[in-house]
Design a protein around this ligand. Sequence first.
Ligand SMILES: Cc1cc2nc3c(=O)[nH]c(=O)nc-3n(C[C@H](O)[C@H](O)[C@H](O)COP(=O)(O)OP(=O)(O)OC[C@H]3O[C@@H](n4cnc5c(N)ncnc54)[C@H](O)[C@@H]3O)c2cc1C
Length: 293
Amino acid sequence: MKALVIAERADAARELCAGARTMADEVVLVSFGEVAEGLADKVAHISVPEGAVLDDAADTVIALFDAEAPEVVLVEPTRHMKSIAGKLAAHAGTSAITDVMSFEDAGAKSLYFGGVAERVQKAKGVGIYTVSAGTFEGAEPSGANATEEVAWVAPANPVKLISSKPIEKSGVDLFKADAVVAAGRGFAEESELDLARALADKLGGGLACSRPLTEGVNWLPTELYVGVSGLMLSPKVYVACGISGQMQHMVGCNRSQTMFAINKDKNAPIFKQCDYGLVGDVKDVLPALTAAL
Ligand SMILES: Cc1cc2nc3c(=O)[nH]c(=O)nc-3n(C[C@H](O)[C@H](O)[C@H](O)COP(=O)(O)OP(=O)(O)OC[C@H]3O[C@@H](n4cnc5c(N)ncnc54)[C@H](O)[C@@H]3O)c2cc1C
């Protein structure tokens, strides 16, 4: 079997190539930048022309797909790559199955209805899957990385880029952090977030939050909220502070290796989902915990 991996970030390329290796005996990686050693049998490199957006690589990927004829395609779930996956699926006359969390004998498991239900789907024809981070944890990639440059196929209706500027990111890269301290609605005032920041600093980690802290009160940028519609993280340690444990939040952190929860309500649902629970007020527990570490 042949697998095609389409990824934009190095970490995702590594994980998806490792996963593809568990499914197929030939792995071809479509890459848009530098590639680490030993990921795939073949690396098909696409140089995006100056002024073009990554989504416009869809026609080039489709040409490559036709040439390689893979039976399975694993795609990193970024916005650009999802756009390419959709166009590729339309071309191949199949469906893109999105946000897959695991592959089982019966098919690919993913969440839907905003994360309150899960389903298992099997692709008809070629399987094109966007795959969540952590799905292939533990698998190792391999291959000689024979590299070839793929000729750019200009799209008939390209996206016109009007302007772009980087958004200033605050704090550490949460995808790479070993420890994540997440704040929820249990924080009554914005200034109390410093208690969570202090613990995150002490652990050498980063600060994240539940969605209401970004879209409700706007205390933190949207790039920091965890959950089905936000970040899907799997750090070594996750400390949920003043977070009730709603499914929509938990699917973004329940792959953490060890989860701690601090909540003043002993019946909060998060206590059924964490490894260690502390019943108490974040204003008392956080300073004590930070001082004790
Ligand atoms: C389609 C859809 C998508 C969504 N996507 C996401 C998502 O991606 N991420 C996300 O986070 N949410 C998401 N939500 C919202 C989600 O359903 C919850 O509303 C949200 O996660 C709740 O955030 P919370 O736990 O911080 O707040 P709450 O549920 O209000 O919980 C606050 C908790 O803090 C505790 N508390 C209060 N005061 C203190 C104190 N002083 N000390 C200690 N504990 C205290 C309370 O006991 C309570 O358990 C989504 C909702 C929908 C409908």
